[in-house]
Ligand binder design. Structure first.
Ligand code: GLN
Length: 544
């Protein structure tokens, strides 16, 4: 039987359950255990791909094409565990599976009910993951007491009752600082534990989130009032970077406590290499402009931001991000808006909104030799810009923005044009890409051993309906926008670049390399892009 660590949250949402779960999973992995993770989400939607990034944060994409919550990205990045559809389960998925299953003949004759059918399904998911791992970290979305999450708590109660020695529950909740009276308040946390007790679950561990120094005696009080052992009440203070959290947890022996609680063998935690990564000296700084539709919403581009952080740490530079709202950009303000950036990213996206602004920014970056990385829609916009302003195809466009455009330099993938089902119907997941020898991208990937198979092919994740129209490749190449990678089976255009003797870094990729980036293995294209941006900054500062 595997061991289970159930992580839930109290008082408010956004207390960092995801980062706490990922950090615990990572530390246990570093102790040599085979760890997996699952998130139970109380919401009804079954597919994060159709949810708005403004409301829900970015849609994180897995290797198997599952479009999911950003928390799974956090787990991949921090714990280094590859996520897939088995690692997320929403209420909607459970209901859908049960209802569709019955329509097909499962549970015939039975009246489907939340108990036992949904609660059993939840426990089955836990058991299934446990078949291939020693420890499963399970995060329950939302906050204890939410009406919609009750079924998950009931399932956990039953699961814990059946497997008492193998399940521990961790609650992450804040101790609040009330500025008007300058006092800490533990009462909301105490009440959250009480709510958990009402479900018949007593937590074995509390991770108390605090945003400032807090007197130790308050943890004694929390222990007294909640019945959680004093040695299991841990301070979990805000830190500058999520990557610092595993180190904080390690220093506080949170992993030791989990191991003892679950009666696992004590082994040493090989965290030193990781620590060294974070302690790399910072010698310089760089400012990257990100021009997207949701420029005011950090979480809408979370993986992108993290991929930049990984590369900045790799190069020992401090990263500044300038968010540029695409809808506000035009030919007049572009120079002023981009004057302080050392590199420009146009990220992935959907629909026409802000596209003209993105194209203006790309043009400025191309003409002024500002390093540019276009991701998915970013590549497609770069192709439109290049067609219009370099190849003189004035009416070039994407079929996504102008259905009957005369010059569809970006067009629908075969079978995608008239697709009616919006959920999980794009070209999704990891696909391989053959790199063209001698290109900048070939060099960048081949310098990253973990990504390189010596056969010139790499693999990245995709999420798109349109592609660069291969009919225009000849004219692009003639004018200096070259093919640097293509799909070996379908020949689909994967990466394009302007050669380095004409532009220091101008690359567009149909894939989303940000999804596979991590602290210990930063994405090669991001590494190259950040290096080029730092170079540009150095040259400009020298001139001044
Ligand atoms: N909307 C474009 C497409 O579907 C780009 C998608 C993306 O950026 N992920 O092809």
């Amino acid at each position: 039987m595997a061991k289970y660590i159930i992580v839930c949250g109290g008082v408010i949402s956004g207390t960092g359950k995801g980062v706490a779960s990922a950090s615990i999973a990572f530390l246990l992995k570093l102790r040599g255990h085979k760890v997996n993770y699952i998130k139970f989400e109380p919401y009804l939607s079954s597919d994060a791909g159709v949810l708005s990034p403004i409301e829900h944060g970015e849609c994180f994409l897995c290797d198997d094409g599952k479009e999911t919550d950003l928390d799974l990205g956090t787990v991949e990045r921090i714990a280094g565990i590859n996520m897939s559809s088995q690692n997320i389960c929403t209420s909607g998925t459970l209901y859908k599976e049960l209802i569709v299953g019955q329509e097909r003949g499962e549970n015939l004759g039975k009246t489907l009910q939340i108990m036992p059918h949904v609660t059993d399904r939840i426990q089955e998911r836990l058991l299934n993951l446990g078949k291939t791992s020693e420890i499963v970290v399970c995060e329950i979305g939302g906050t204890v007491g939410d009406m919609e999450s009750a079924v998950f708590y009931e399932a956990v109660r039953q699961f814990k009752q059946k497997n008492q020695n193998d399940v521990m529950v961790v609650m992450v909740a804040p101790i609040l600082w009330v500025p008007t009276i300058k006092e800490f308040k533990t009462k909301p946390l105490q009440n959250a534990v009480k709510q958990l007790l009402q479900y018949g679950i007593n937590p074995e561990m509390l991770l108390c989130r605090v945003d400032r120094e807090i007197p130790a005696k308050l943890f004694d009080k929390v222990s007294d009032m909640t019945g959680v052992e004093r040695s299991a009440v841990f301070e979990a203070k805000d830190v500058d970077s999520v990557y610092q959290v595993p180190i904080e947890f390690y220093n506080r022996h949170i992993d030791d406590y989990c191991v003892d609680m679950l009666r696992l063998k004590r082994s040493s935690c090989r965290i030193h290499k990781y620590k060294e990564l974070l302690e790399k000296p910072i010698n310089d700084e760089v400012t990257i402009g990100i021009c997207g539709k949701y420029a005011n919403h950090d979480e809408a581009y979370l993986s992108l931001k993290e991929a930049l952080i990984h590369s900045a740490i790799f190069h020992g530079v401090k990263l500044n991000i300038k968010w540029i709202k695409a809808q506000t950009m035009d030919a007049k303000n572009v120079k002023e808006e981009l004057k302080e950036i050392d590199g420009l990213i146009v990220p992935g996206g959907f629909d026409k909104s802000g596209v003209d602004g993105k194209i203006q920014c790309i043009r400025y970056a191309r003409e002024n030799k500002i390093p540019f990385l276009g991701i998915c829609l970013g590549l497609q916009c770069a192709v439109i810009e290049f067609a219009k302003n370099v190849c003189a195809i004035k009416d070039a466009n994407s079929q996504e923005f102008e259905k009957d455009t005369k010059n569809p330099v970006v067009h629908y993938l075969a079978g995608q044009k008239d697709i009616a089902v919006k959920s999980a119907s794009m070209r999704l997941g990891s696909y391989s890409c053959e790199l063209v020898k001698g290109t900048l991208c070939h060099n960048l990937y081949s310098a990253s051993p973990s990504r390189w198979d010596n056969k010139n092919t790499i693999s990245e994740r995709h999420r798109h309906r349109l592609e660069v129209n291969p009919e225009y490749l000849e004219i692009f190449t003639k004018n200096g926008l070259n093919l640097s990678g293509f799909n070996p089976e379908t020949k689909l255009v994967e990466i394009m670049e302007i050669s380095q003797n004409k532009h220091p870094f101008f690359v567009g990729t149909q894939a989303h390399p940000e999804f596979k980036s991590s602290l210990s293995d930063a994405a090669p294209l991001f590494k190259g892009f950040v290096a080029a941006s730092v170079d540009r900054r150095k040259k400009i500062t020298k001139k001044k």
